[in-house]
Design a protein around this ligand. Sequence first.
Ligand SMILES: C[S@@+](CC[C@H](N)C(=O)[O-])C[C@H]1O[C@@H](n2cnc3c(N)ncnc32)[C@H](O)[C@@H]1O
Length: 337
Amino acid sequence: MSSPAALTLLDLIQSHRITSAIYVAAKLGIADMLLDGAKPLDDIAASTGADRQALARLLAALSTIGLCKRTAQDRYTLTETGAALASTARPSCKAWAIFEAEMLQRSWSGMLETIMTGKTAAQLRGFNSSFDMMAGAPDQVRMFNAAMADLTGLVTADLLEAYDFGRIAHLMDVGGGSGELIGAVATRYPQVRGTVFDLVRCGEAANAHLAGLGIADRVAFQAGDFFVSVPAVADAIILKSVIHDWDDQRSDVILRNCRLALPANGSLLLVERIMPEAPMPCDADRSHAFSDLNMLRGPGGRERTEAQYRGLLMQAGFRTTSITPIGRFAVIEAVPV
Ligand SMILES: C[S@@+](CC[C@H](N)C(=O)[O-])C[C@H]1O[C@@H](n2cnc3c(N)ncnc32)[C@H](O)[C@@H]1O
């Protein structure tokens, strides 16, 4: 083997170091601090309370991965990529950086047991699912909901560009978490009414988010369990990053409950990644394939190909009418048959 090939491998092996360095920057709020311009190291050290020399070494490492730049002697400024680590950035990746390091990185350290058994981390600990396992840990639920809102914030602009929500009277976001997606749709379309349907534990964050956007008069949170039933209140249902959480059998139950809740002329929208039939070594396919592993270790679902989504939808009583790419995701539109 040539040295360059081995060095490529070594960089891949050590990539968790990048996750950890970004995590520390996120926890210390370094991007939030630098958002309005370059600051001297002394100011950053004073604001964060970090050790000055150690912080300088962290900032040097972050500059090698393109998050910040040293502009003059001991002054640092953010790059465009680094700015997305600020909590006020839109989109922001700060909550995801914290979730990735504090929850996913720890869980992924047990990936070997999942590959050997085919079981999720939750199943190996005697829980039904990762959502059940999180139930007893409100801090983790908050961290997870905030991270999901970040990820959704990365696709809402593309989604609003690609899909016309104007003909929908009432949109329900099933498994809508803290309401990030429906908040973006309802803000863009002032005539649309909405419902965020999710577990009771998401109510507080969703209500606060909807109130903050000033749309609480027409978008409400409703608590429930999508394996039991979905309320029949909307002419369109959207599910983002929900079906990929579950195996085919459980996905079928959710989709059938959505089918029962929709009028005959209603529509169903899935916002999901589309797994290529043969993933190649490129950024997009890597992101899909590693998300697939994340589903394997985490909730127990999978990333699916276009054919697999069409098949799932048909089995649950839907006909797929369009599949539109939006960044690394796609909007899959289906209607009841
Ligand atoms: C991966 S998150 C997606 C959140 C949101 N759609 C997004 O993309 O930002 C899955 C969501 O499904 C919700 N969920 C899990 N089990 C549920 C159940 N049995 N009934 C209703 N919602 C559930 C979770 O609380 C969580 O908000």
